[in-house]
Design a protein around this ligand. Structure first.
Ligand code: UD1
Ligand code: MG
Length: 450
C-alpha cells in the first residue's frame, strides 16, 4: 500500500497573511493541492493532510477523498506525523504542504527505494536553515538541525529536503522514541535516522535532481518566485507541444489546463482550473477562462468565462461573460456585452449585443436581438425561459420568466413578454404608437403668441 502524508500544520508566520499559507494560490490552485496532485501522479491514491493553524479553512479547499488530521499544537514535524497515526500504513511518503514543485518522478524514487527510511536530500549552495545530512563512510548517519549543528556540521552542503519515504512499522517505532531533546524543544522527525540505524533498520538517501523541487512558500516573495517558476515551466511545455503563445510575459495557464496543439493564446490571457482548449481555438486577448471547455476553431476575445462549455466554431466577445452552467453548441455567436448564465444555446444561435440570458434554453438558429433580457428572477426564485428553434426576438425585449416561446415565433422589438407565445405567432407586448399630426407646429404657434 502506498500513502502520502502531507504536513501543513505550521502557522506560516512569515507570510504575514490572515489565511493559512498552504491555501495561497499558484496559478489559481492552492499550494497544498499542487503537493496532493504530485503524490497522485506518482500513483498514490491515499492522501492525508495534517492541518493545524486555520485547519478548517485548509480542509475546506481539499477534496473529500483526502483525509484530514488535526494537530492541536505544533510541537514539531514528528508530532505532526504522530497526529495521523491511524493513517500510517504500508509505504508512506512524507511531503510538505508548502513545497509545491516536487515532481511525481521524485516521489516515485522515494517509493521505490526499499529502505525503512529514505531521505530526500539536495546539494545546495546555501544550506542555511536546513537540516544537514551527516555521513559516515559515505552512508547517512544522522540529520542535524541548523540550530543544533556544530561549526563543522554547518559546513555540510547536503541538506534534508524534509521529504521522506518510510515503511510504516519503522516510522511508528521511531515516533515512539523521538523526544524533544534539542535546541527548539520540538519533536524532530529527523531524529528517526539515528533511532532506526540504532535499531538495525535501513536508512538510505535519494538525491534530488532539480533544486526547485524543495523550494517552500514561506514568504510572499517566495510564493511569487514559485509562481513564476511554475508559470514558465507550464508555458514552455505548452509551446513545445505546438501551442502558439504570442506573449508569454502576459499569459497565465494553470497546471490542470489541457490545450491541444494548434491553439493560439493571445496576450493577457488567463486560463485556470480544469479548462480544456481544443485545436485551433483562439483565446484572447484579455480573456479569463476558469474550468471552461472551448471547442475546435472557436474564438473567445476580451471575455470572462467560468464553468462554461463552448462548442466548435463559436465566437464569444469582445466584452462578454459566460457564467457557470452556460453551454454553447456549435456555431453559436455571442457578441459584445452579453451575459449568459445557466443556459443552453443550441447550434447557430446568435446573441450579438447587450443581452442577458439566464436560466434559459434557446433552440437552434434563433436570433436574440440587441438588448434582450430574460427576467429570470422574481425577487424570490429563479425561473426558466424556454425559447424554441428559429425564433426571432426583436431588440430590447424583456422575457418575463417563467415563459415559453415556441418554434418560429417572432417577438416585436421592445416587447415585454409575460405569456407563452405559440409557434409561428408574432407577439407584441408594448404600447401602441400614436402619431399626433401637426402637434409640434401647434406647440410652436402657441409659444409665439406669448
Ligand atoms: C524541517 C526539517 C529540516 C529540513 C527542513 C526542510 C525537522 C526537525 N527538520 O525543518 O531538517 O531541512 O524541514 O524544509 O523536521 N509542521 C507541522 N506541524 C509542526 C511542525 C511543522 O505540520 O508541528 C509542518 C509545517 O507546516 C511545514 C513542515 O512541517 O510544512 C516543516 O516544518 P518547519 O517548521 O518548516 O521545519 P523546519 O524547521 O524548516
Ligand atoms: Mg521550514
Amino acid at each position: 500500500m502506498k500513502r502520502a502524508l502531507i504536513l501543513a500544520g505550521g502557522l506560516g508566520k512569515r507570510m504575514h497573511s490572515p489565511r493559512p499559507k498552504v491555501i495561497h494560490e499558484i496559478l489559481g490552485k492552492p499550494v497544498v493541492k499542487w503537493v496532493i496532485d504530485a503524490a497522485r501522479r506518482a500513483g498514490i491514491n491515499d492522501v492525508g493532510v495534517v492541518v493545524g493553524h486555520g485547519g478548517k479553512t485548509v480542509k475546506n479547499v481539499l477534496d473529500e477523498d483526502v483525509k484530514v488530521y488535526f494537530q492541536p499544537e505544533q510541537l514539531g514535524t514528528a508530532d505532526a506525523v504522530k497526529s495521523a497515526m491511524e493513517f500510517l500504513d504500508g509505504r508512506i511518503v512524507i511531503l510538505y504542504g508548502d513545497v509545491p514543485l516536487v515532481r511525481p518522478s521524485t516521489i516515485k524514487k522515494l517509493l521505490e527505494n526499499g529502505a525503512d527510511m529514505t531521505v530526500l536530500t539536495a546539494n545546495t549552495e546555501k544550506p542555511d536553515g536546513y537540516g544537514r545530512i551527516v555521513r559516515k563512510n559515505g552512508e547517512i548517519f544522522k540529520i542535524v538541525e541548523d540550530a543544533d549543528a556544530t561549526a563543522e556540521e554547518l559546513k555540510i552542503h547536503e541538506i534534508n529536503s524534509g521529504m521522506y519515504a518510510f515503511n510504516a512499522d519503522a516510522l511508528k517505532l521511531a515516533l515512539k522514541r523521538i523526544t524533544p531533546n534539542n535546541q527548539k524543544g520540538e519533536y524532530y522527525l529527523t531524529d528517526a535516522v539515528d533511532i532506526l540505524l540504532k535499531e538495525g533498520r535501513t536508512v538510505d538517501t535519494v538525491k534530488i535532481e532539480n533544486e526547485l523541487e524543495i523550494l517552500g512558500a514561506n514568504t510572499q516573495k517566495e510564493l511569487s518566485l514559485l509562481f513564476r517558476i511554475a508559470r514558465e515551466e507550464i508555458l514552455v511545455s505548452l509551446m513545445n507541444s505546438g501551442i502558439t503563445i504570442e506573449d508569454p510575459a502576459s499569459t497565465f495557464v494553470g497546471p490542470d489546463v489541457h490545450i491541444e496543439r494548434g491553439a493560439v493564446l493571445k496576450p493577457f490571457t488567463f486560463i485556470y482550473g480544469n479548462s480544456f482548449i481544443a485545436s485551433e481555438a483562439v483565446i484572447g486577448p484579455a480573456t479569463t477562462l476558469v474550468n471552461t471547455i472551448v471547442g475546435e476553431r472557436s474564438s473567445i476575445c476580451r471575455s470572462e468565462c467560468d464553468e462554461a462549455k463552448v462548442g466548435k466554431n463559436c465566437s464569444v466577445g469582445p466584452f462578454s461573460r459566460l457564467r457557470p452552467g452556460t453551454v454553447l453548441e456549435d456555431n453559436v455567436k455571442i457578441g459584445n456585452y452579453v451575459e449568459v448564465k445557466n443556459s443552453h444555446l443550441f447550434e447557430n444561435v446568435k446573441a450579438q449585443h447587450l443581452t442577458y440570458l439566464g436560466d434559459a434554453t434557446v433552440g437552434a438558429g434563433t436570433n436574440v436581438g440587441a438588448g434582450t433580457i430574460t427576467c429570470n428572477y422574481d425577487g424570490v426564485k429563479k425561473n426558466k425561459t424556454t425559447i424554441g428553434k428559429h425564433v426571432f426576438i426583436g431588440s430590447n425585449s424583456a422575457l418575463v420568466a417563467p415563459v415559453k416561446i415556441s418554434d418560429n415565433a417572432m417577438i416585436g422589438a421592445g416587447s415585454v413578454i409575460t405569456e407563452d407565445v405559440p409557434a409561428y405567432a408574432l407577439a407584441l407586448g408594448r404600447a401602441r404608437q400614436i402619431n399626433k399630426e401637426g402637434w409640434v407646429l401647434k406647440k410652436m404657434e402657441a409659444n409665439d403668441e406669448k
